[in-house]
Write a protein that binds this ligand. Structure first.
Ligand code: ZN
Length: 277
C-alpha cells in the first residue's frame, strides 16, 4: 500500500484536552489508530499515574510526547501563594522530565486588581526561580502569550511582543514561546514579532484552532480550524518561511464539540488539519 502524499499526519499533534471525554490511555490508543504523530498531555490527565510510565505508554503506541500543559499562574498578592506556585511549577517540570516531554507550556497568570506591570515582575521572578531545576532536567519553558481578553486573571503577557520581552529579560536558552493562533492572530505586529521570536530561536510550540464569530464563551468556544476567521495558512507560512518544521498542535476547547463523541471530533480534526491548517 502506498501512502497518499496529500494525507500526511507526521506533524499532527492533539492536546488531550481537545478530546476531553477520553482518559489518557484511550486518547493514546485512539490517536495512534488515527495515524496522529504527537500528543500534548494536560496535567489533569496525569493525575494518579506515574509520568514515566505514561510517557513509555505514549511512545510505545508510536506517538511523540510534544509538551506538558501547563504550568504558570505565578502572580499573587500573597507571597505564600507565589511560593506555592513556584513549587507547583517545579512539580510540573519534574513531571515533564518523567514523561519525556521536552517542554512545559506556561499560562503565566494575572490577578484582578494587581497591576499588569507587577504581575509581569512576579512572572519573571517565578520563572527565574524554576530555571535551575529546568536546567538540571533539561526541560524547556514555553511562555504562551494570551489574548488580551484574559489580562484580568489568566495572563499578564498578552502579545507576542510582551512574550518576546519576557524572554529577552530572562535571557536563557530554555525559555521560549508557545505560539497559539487563537491568542495572536489579531496582532498588527505579528510579522515583526514573529521574526524577532524566530531570529532568537524562541519558537518552542505551535498551537492551532480558530476564532468563532460570534464567540459565545471566552474560554470554551474555540473553533475547529476552518470554522472561524483566522488565516491559518498565512500564519503557518509566516513560520515555515523562516524555518519552522515542528509539530502542529490542535488545541480546541469547545463545549459544542465536547458534546459530540470524541471519535467524531477526531475525524473532523484530521479533515480540518488537511484542509485548512
Ligand atoms: Zn495554546
Amino acid at each position: 500500500m502506498t501512502a497518499d502524499p496529500l494525507i500526511d499526519f507526521s506533524r499532527l499533534c492533539v492536546h488531550t484536552i481537545t478530546t476531553k471525554g477520553w482518559e489518557l490511555e484511550e486518547a493514546v490508543d485512539r490517536y495512534a489508530e488515527a495515524g496522529l504523530s504527537g500528543v500534548t498531555v494536560w496535567r489533569q490527565w496525569l493525575e494518579g499515574t506515574d509520568p514515566t510510565r505514561a510517557g513509555d505508554r505514549i511512545r510505545g503506541a508510536g506517538l511523540k510526547v510534544v509538551s506538558l500543559c501547563r504550568g504558570g499562574f505565578y502572580p499573587a498578592f500573597q507571597e505564600k501563594s507565589r511560593i506555592d506556585s513556584i513549587e507547583d511549577n517545579k512539580r510540573a517540570i519534574e513531571d515533564a522530565a518523567g514523561l519525556g516531554a521536552p517542554l512545559v507550556v506556561l499560562v503565566c497568570g494575572a490577578v484582578p486588581g494587581q497591576s499588569l506591570e507587577e504581575s509581569r515582575k512576579q512572572i519573571r521572578d517565578g520563572i527565574a526561580a524554576t530555571l535551575p531545576l529546568a536546567e538540571s532536567l533539561g526541560v524547556k519553558l514555553a511562555i504562551e502569550p494570551l489574548h488580551p481578553m484574559y489580562a484580568d486573571d489568566r495572563s499578564a503577557i498578552n502579545s507576542l511582543a510582551s512574550a518576546n520581552d519576557m524572554c529577552e529579560q530572562l535571557n536563557h536558552s530554555l525559555v521560549g514561546i508557545a505560539y497559539d493562533v487563537y491568542h495572536l492572530w489579531w496582532d498588527p505586529e505579528l510579522e515583526a514579532q514573529t521574526r524577532r521570536m524566530i531570529d532568537t530561536n524562541r519558537l518552542f510550540a505551535y498551537h492551532v484552532c480558530d476564532w468563532m464569530t460570534p464567540t459565545t464563551d471566552l474560554l470554551n468556544d474555540r473553533g475547529l480550524m476552518g470554522e472561524g476567521c483566522i488565516d491559518l495558512r498565512r500564519i503557518r507560512h509566516l513560520l515555515e518561511s523562516q524555518g519552522f518544521n515542528g509539530m502542529i498542535e490542535v488545541e480546541v476547547f469547545s463545549t459544542r464539540w465536547w458534546e459530540k463523541p470524541p471519535g467524531e471530533f477526531l475525524e473532523a480534526i484530521k479533515q480540518a488539519y488537511l484542509q485548512y491548517t
